[in-house]
Write a protein that binds this ligand. Structure first.
Ligand code: SF4
Length: 441
């Protein structure tokens, strides 16, 4: 049963009250937004994540952390450490993008490890299954796609990325060579391969009712994936991207009618000056459903620093209407991220999310900024470190070059502007200054 069906029967699960309290809104408002499709709470009752979150209009913006093994590095313990780190740093959701030999075991172990909502891209497992059966994805029968979907739902996956929006018509458009980078979505590329070889329509599109049957039965939230998201800033906002967005908007309506929670995935690579227009246009087309953006990256040349590149796009996207930010790491486009890359990616996106939530006037987030500014004025480093988004890193830097004068930092020492101004503006400061001068001389 889906969360929407439960609500319609008059059952409001306790976790919705907790979420509403955390968002500082009445539970009734949260429930109304879930019912009208502006907000989703990915929650499969088989997993029952300990830290469920609301994603959508009027909520604080959330961030997702992608993890997952690959054929080149299939290390479950490392992926579990990434979940621990994401939880410690305050990420809101986990997506397992594993491809490898033992996907079912990896997924089950990672789901049970994750206190946060847990998402997957089921076509990856379908493709690996095809390869393990001696062929590749093109050998899969339509039923195989849905068997994987149901198995994952039974394992407790809270949300699925389903690339239902790429169709045969889009492939004909792609053949006209109108893009720099045709398809950069891994799921999209696999579907395209299956569709071209089998000369058949995308099964997730043609049989979308089967997607709905499974997600309805197990209460899985659908994330309508953008197989045709731009992979170069020069492809942003092109005919293919919007061809898919309009298909997604139709499927979204069907999901809502079926009482299945649904969100939409967005771009991709988008130059800075186009981000606001893109976000507002997509939100309008999808009738203000929750929008989950992958970055967006605002330039194509930041390899090694794509977490920063994408966080810039994410901040603008969030400020102009996106609801859910998928992090990127410095390893994007280059290799499987290690733990340090995951930390850097999460922090870049925590900063983007904090900036958005402050700009949206969210009290809790503003309060943190206010308190840290006060602690900075008081030159109270214990409090500043405690309030920092990454306390470990702040502490590490504070101790790197210890200050000679302990109520300053080693950047300016006796020329600490905050201390100088305090000395001349307040009596207390004058006394402190005299005292420390006496000690120093
Ligand atoms: S020493 Fe300089 S950098 Fe450090 S707190 Fe004072 S003004 Fe800021």
């Amino acid at each position: 049963m889906t969360l929407i069906e439960k609500i319609k029967k008059g059952e409001i699960p306790e976790f919705l009250h907790r979420i509403a309290e955390d968002e500082e809104i009445p539970s009734a408002v949260l429930v109304e937004k879930i019912l009208n499709g502006e907000v989703v709470v990915p929650y499969n009752f088989i997993h029952s994540p300990q830290k469920p979150v609301a994603i959508g209009a009027g909520m604080a913006i959330k961030i997702n952390v992608n993890i997952g093994a690959s054929f080149d590095k299939e290390d479950i313990e490392l992926e579990k450490k990434k979940i621990d780190l994401a939880d410690k740093l305050g990420a809101d959701a986990i997506m397992d993008l594993s491809v490898g030999r033992d996907l079912v075991r990896i997924r089950r172990e990672l789901i049970s490890k994750s206190p946060m909502p847990f998402g997957t891209v089921p076509i990856y497992e379908a493709a690996v299954h095809g390869a393990q059966c001696g062929g590749n994805i093109t050998n899969l029968k339509v039923d195989d796609f849905f068997t994987v979907l149901e198995n994952q739902a039974k394992d407790g996956v809270d949300f699925f990325t389903i690339h239902s929006g790429i169709d045969l018509e889009a492939i004909e458009k792609l053949k006209k060579d109108i893009r720099i980078l045709d398809v950069v979505s891994r799921g999209g590329a696999l579907l395209l391969e299956w569709m071209i070889v089998n000369q058949k329509e995308n099964p997730y599109y043609q049989y979308f009712d089967r997607v709905l049957d499974i997600t309805k039965k197990y209460g899985v939230t659908i994330s309508l994936g953008d197989a045709l998201r731009p992979g170069s800033i020069f492809d942003a906002g092109d005919v293919l991207q919007y061809h898919e967005t309009f298909i997604i908007a139709d499927l979204l309506k069907r999901a809502k009618e079926a009482d299945v929670q649904v969100m939409v995935e967005g771009p991709g690579h988008v130059p800075l000056h186009k981000v606001e227009h893109e976000i507002k246009s997509i939100k309008e087309i999808i009738n203000n459903a929750p929008l989950y953006v992958l970055g967006p990256l605002v330039i194509d040349s930041a390899a090694g620093y794509d977490h920063i590149n994408a966080a810039i796009g994410a901040a603008v996207a969030g400020y102009t209407g996106a609801d859910f930010l998928c992090y990127l790491t410095p390893a994007e486009h280059l290799c499987l991220p290690d733990l340090e890359d995951v930390r850097d990616g999460i922090m870049a996106f925590k900063i983007a999310a904090q900036a958005v939530n402050v700009a949206r006037g969210k009290r809790k987030y503003l309060e943190r900024e206010y308190q840290i500014s006060k602690a900075r004025k008081e030159r109270n480093w214990t409090k500043q470190i405690q309030l920092a988004l990454d306390s470990d890193k702040a502490s590490e830097y504070r101790n790197k070059i210890p200050p000679g004068i302990t109520d300053t930092c080693s950047m300016c020492g006796e020329y600490c502007s905050i201390k100088i101004v305090e000395a001349f503006l307040t009596k207390k400061g004058n006394e402190d200054c005299e005292r420390s001068s006496a000690v120093e001389h």
